[in-house]
Ligand binder design. Structure first.
Ligand SMILES: [Zn+2]
Length: 1019
């Protein structure tokens, strides 16, 4: 039974509980096929006192030595071969040395259960459960003969093929007979209703359910019968005469020989009959029928998981999904530095968080081993090998080597290397595809690629591959054994996608594109940080915090968290606060109940970030206990502790590589006139017209659209990326005619903050001015975005600047990161800060600020439409400004761009124009590099273009420009503004100050001709 679904424990934990560690030593060889010791136990109960009294008699054959563990027993008498022995209660162990003749050991003892003395034992009027150290436990296998006296209204179960019951007065005597030696037995009794039927002709299938759950029995019997028949057909006859399903007052999920013991809380879960029940039934063959050898590690759970849980998922067509979940779980919990190898897995470990890595190896990796083994030898040989194994080793102990022997004998293959690489290595294959390309040979496509193993030592693997072409899917198995294995596959039609291991047939590390963010991804992460918005949240989420404490989480209040903390850790936000809003905006969680929402940390895609919200403390308490069953999910919502919604974020199926995208096109008969498109555009509230900032044809298109829309309906405003929000008053004054253009450019610091040739925007702005169309400055102060970029996050901003940021910023808008990353790669190495996450944060700040400004304007002017003028990257309809506006205000929006021949245009815009290229006459440039002087007037020449006009006219480095055509120059901006008006001039008179070594500073007027301006395009 897997903890994932039910939180109960599997049979193997029992072995550990029942047997002291000496059990794990090799068994003495002479014990194997000699006469077996017999252990008679007779006991009676005092249910009120939670106690039992019992006698054990052990008949020990000649030549055998025996050690008995008496801990937890109140021993009152020991008689060995008729002689009283000391009952030293300080020594928990009784050693019986071998004797040439048979020996008899009699022990009288009692047990009084204290509350909490063991979570597995119970003696009460509602039922009896004895599965943990309740009789003298031996280090040898024995034949047990158990007799118990129980209340008349109780029924009892133990490992038995035969159960004999007598009623004596008001008690019942039950005797159990079982012909196979066992290391230990268990005893269960209670006021059961017993339902019985037959399977496999003369074998008995029995249900022991409490009266209140009796209605569940029929389904359990029917399903158990199916499982018994399924595995008899697959593996050979069920090894015993009876199989019982027994309900337990305690929360267990165990498989014992002849029965399974399921907790009352467990049997009531609706999915148990379809999952865990089959797993426990199968343990009759593997685990009980064939026991695992403690020396050789536990193969039982992997094989049982594969033939039960995995196989049931496969029956529903969900085998690949199930295996992927196994790999996700493994990857969430297991890291190479834990040095967990499958061969060392012996027990289940804790059902809690600390046991998860061990379980991921012992169940999931092990189950994958059997899956790969089946693919290697073929289904038929696989089943035949298991039948052989079961037949040879029924009622015996077996290890991995016995399994290998059966598989090698039946298949005729040498499987040493196969078993060894999966049992003895602590890493798993990490595959990638490199140098994938498609070439043409004689008119047909050929796919070339290399499968690369990033492991230090390469694995030997059979890698399933699909190549999807325009017309078909081609499947291949590619064998690899090197670090790099090149392949060349000729195709008949165009190959579009290559997928490595599409059905998760390999135990391997998943790529980021395959790995969904999950709750277990957080719980298994190496560095876990819990972020609380305030101390109140510590109280609200107290129960959840207590539960995750053992997973070694760090807990911080949001004000203590640095930008670096956010990037380094996997995050858990308990409640929405300023940091979660700066990464994910306001999550769309239901208001009542409890929601857990795992995302990828947008600043570090290797980590998860989990957003949790809850209506109140009670909702947290009712949901928290259930979370550990739902580790594989990305999104969970509970109400009053009941599951409302659960899902796993969709990721690629298999390692997916795009090969060829054939170009798409459009039918020219669909082409529309400018007027038709304008008619359509006027239905929208926000019309984005994107631009390449220096493409004049884009600005002409913006102007035409504004003009046409204005004609259509003058209720129009223009939003511009080019102006930051604090410049709005200057813009307003210019539009109102209170400033001339020079003053406007100077006061708005246009050239400092935007820099691009003002003539590109001049007509748009002046058209607005003449027609009283408001222009809205959309952008965030440039300095703030630069500081965020430089410092790697908004943490270093002072309070005054921090309040200017939009509080809700969604960094994980789908596709955003990928697009920004492409832009970043193009600029990488140029900036002060090559850290991509800072770049992403700065970009999102711009897009969110512009969206926020647009929404504010529309809310205050609901009757107006807006044309938004911004760079093409900001108007992407999928993930730039438009969805961020929509998140804040639902309005009809549309995106218009000019075609630049890029294949993605039709995905990012709604309307595409084909404007002819256009350009402005060249801007008159002096050919100087300038810097502002510190406290003097003028602008300092720091360099000259050797082919430039200033150089030719005699201006020198370190000259300070004081005036242009008598207009004084205070800084660089003034020069740019002055030059804007020299488009048609023949020359300008530049007044400079030149430092002279001996004679002090002198001022000179130098005439710079502009005639050859046309030749000079750039500084
Ligand atoms: Zn199991």
């Amino acid at each position: 039974m897997t903890v994932k679904h039910t939180g109960v424990f599997c049979y193997a934990i029992l072995l550990v509980l029942l047997f002291n560690m000496d059990f794990l030593k090799p068994r003495p060889a002479e014990a194997s096929h000699q006469t077996v010791p017999e252990h008679y136990i007779s006991m009676e109960f005092d249910l009120q006192a939670s106690s039992l009294k019992a006698n054990s008699r052990i008949d020990l054959p000649a030549g055998l030595n025996l050690q008995l563990n008496l801990s937890r027993l109140n021993v009152s008498r020991i008689i060995i071969n008729g002689q009283s022995a000391e009952t030293d209660q300080t020594n928990n162990f009784l050693d019986i040395p071998p004797s040439p003749s048979a020996q008899e050991i009699l022990i009288t003892y009692s047990i009084e259960l204290q509350p909490d003395s063991s979570p597995y034992n119970l003696i009460s009027t509602t039922g009896i459960t004895l599965i943990d150290s309740w009789y003298p436990i031996a280090d040898l296998e024995m034949l047990f003969k158990l007799t118990a006296h129980i209340p008349k209204e109780f029924e009892a179960v133990s490992e038995a093929d035969v159960i004999i019951t007598f009623e004596i007065n008001d008690t019942k005597q039950v005797t159990f007979r079982f012909p196979h030696p066992l290391f230990g037995i268990n005893f269960i009794a209670g006021p059961y209703i017993v339902t019985e039927e037959n399977f496999s002709e003369d074998k008995k299938l029995v249900a022991y359910f409490f009266p209140e759950d009796q209605q569940l029995a029929a389904d359990y019997l029917a399903k158990a019968k199916n499982y018994l028949e399924r595995y008899e057909e697959m593996l050979g006859p069920y090894p015993y005469d009876r199989f019982s399903i027994v309900e337990n007052r305690l929360p267990t999920g165990f498989a014992m020989p002849t029965f399974t013991l399921l907790g009352q809380s467990v049997v009531r879960l609706p999915f148990i009959v379809d999952t865990s029940l089959g797993h426990e039934v199968l343990h009759a063959w593997f685990g009980n029928g064939v026991h695992m050898s403690p020396k050789e590690g536990n193969w039982v759970e992997g094989l049982t998981t594969y033939l039960a849980d995995q196989s049931f998922a496969s029956d529903k067509g969900e085998g690949a999904k199930y295996r992927k979940e196994q790999l996700v779980k493994y990857q969430s919990y297991v890291r190479p530095d834990m040095d967990l190898v499958l061969r060392n897995f012996s027990n289940v470990g804790h059902g809690n968080i600390k046991g998860q890595p061990t379980r991921a190896v012992g169940y999931n990796k092990s189950s994958m081993l059997f899956h790969m083994l089946r693919n290697k030898v073929g289904s038929e040989v696989f089943t035949d090998s298991l039948r052989d194994f079961y037949k040879r080793l029924k009622y015996k102990t077996a290890g991995w080597s016995d399994l290998r022997t059966s598989f090698e004998n039946v298949s005729g293959m040498d499987l040493e290397a196969f078993f060894s690489q999966w049992l003895d290595r602590n890493d798993i294959p990490l595959l990638s595809v490199q140098q994938a390309e498609v070439i043409n040979k004689d008119g047909y496509p050929v796919v070339l690629f290399s499968i690369v193993q990033k492991n230090e030592t390469p694995y030997v693997l059979d890698v399933p591959v699909i190549i999807k072409t325009t017309t078909e899917e081609i499947r291949k198995i590619l064998s690899i054994s090197e670090s790099q294995s090149p392949f060349e596959i000729p195709m008949a039609t165009v190959p579009e996608i290559l997928i490595i291991d599409p059905d998760y047939d390999l135990m391997r590390e998943l790529a980021a594109t395959e790995l969904p963010p999950t709750w277990s991804g957080f719980m298994g992460a190496e560095n876990k940080l819990v972020i609380l918005p305030s101390e109140d949240h510590r109280i609200l989420y107290r129960v959840l915090l207590e539960q995750i404490e053992e997973a070694e989480v760090k807990i911080m209040l949001q004000d203590e968290v640095t930008d670096e903390d956010i990037k380094k850790n996997s995050l858990l936000f308990l409640g929405t606060g300023k940091i979660s809003r700066a990464l994910f905006a306001q999550p769309d969680h239901p208001e009542d109940g409890f929601t857990l929402d795992a995302r990828t940390n947008p600043l570090n895609t290797g980590q998860v970030a989990v957003l949790v919200s809850a209506a109140n403390q009670e909702q947290v308490e009712r949901a928290a206990g259930k979370l550990r069953h739902y580790g594989k999910y990305s999104y969970l919502s509970f109400k009053d502790g009941r599951m409302q919604e659960k899902n796993i974020t969709e990721t690629d199926s298999g390692l997916t590589i795009k090969l060829v995208s054939l170009p798409s096109g459009t039918e020219t008969s669909n082409q529309k006139s400018f007027a038709d498109i304008i008619a359509q555009l006027s239905d929208f509230s926000v019309i984005y017209v994107g631009e390449g900032h220096t493409n004049y044809e884009d600005h002409l298109l913006q102007l035409e659209i504004i003009r046409a829309l204005y004609l259509h309906d003058p209720q129009l405003a223009i939003g511009m990326e080019m102006f930051t929000r604090p410049t709005q008053p200057v813009l307003d004054r210019y539009l109102a005619g209170e400033l001339d253009e020079k003053a406007f450019l100077k006061e708005s610091h246009y050239f400092k903050s935007w820099r691009f040739d003002y003539r590109l925007y001049r007509d748009i702005i002046n058209f607005a001015k003449h027609n009283n169309i408001p222009i809205i400055a959309l952008n965030l102060e440039k300095d703030i975005a630069s500081q965020v970029f430089k410092d790697g996050g908004p943490n270093s901003l002072d309070d005054e600047d921090a309040v200017l940021l939009p509080a809700d910023r969604k960094l994980d808008e789908p596709g955003y990161r990928e697009r920004i990353e492409t832009a970043f790669m193009m600029h990488a190495g140029q900036g002060q800060n090559d850290d991509f996450s800072s770049f992403l944060q700065a970009q999102a700040l711009w897009d969110e600020t512009m969206a926020e400004t647009i929404v504010e304007y529309l809310q205050n002017h609901p009757d107006e439409r807006m044309v938004i003028i911004a760079g093409q990257g900001h108007v992407d309809r999928n993930n730039a400004i438009p969805p961020r506006v929509n998140r804040r205000l639902s309005v009809p929006q549309t995106v218009v761009i000019n075609s630049h021949g890029s294949a993605t245009e039709s995905e990012t815009a709604d309307f595409i124009f084909f404007s002819p290229p256009a350009s402005l006459p060249p801007f008159p440039l002096l050919g100087v590099m300038l810097e502002d002087t510190e406290d003097e007037v003028g602008a300092l020449v720091t360099a000259l273009n050797p082919q430039g006009l200033a150089q030719e006219a005699g201006i020198k480095e370190k000259d300070i420009i004081l005036a242009i055509d008598s207009e004084p120059v205070n800084d660089m901006e003034d020069i740019k503004i002055e030059m804007l008006y020299k488009e048609k001039s023949d020359s300008v008179l530049v007044r400079i100050k030149r430092k002279a070594f001996l004679f002090g500073d002198k001022e000179l007027d130098i005439e710079v001709p502009l005639k050859s301006a046309a030749k000079v395009h750039h500084m």
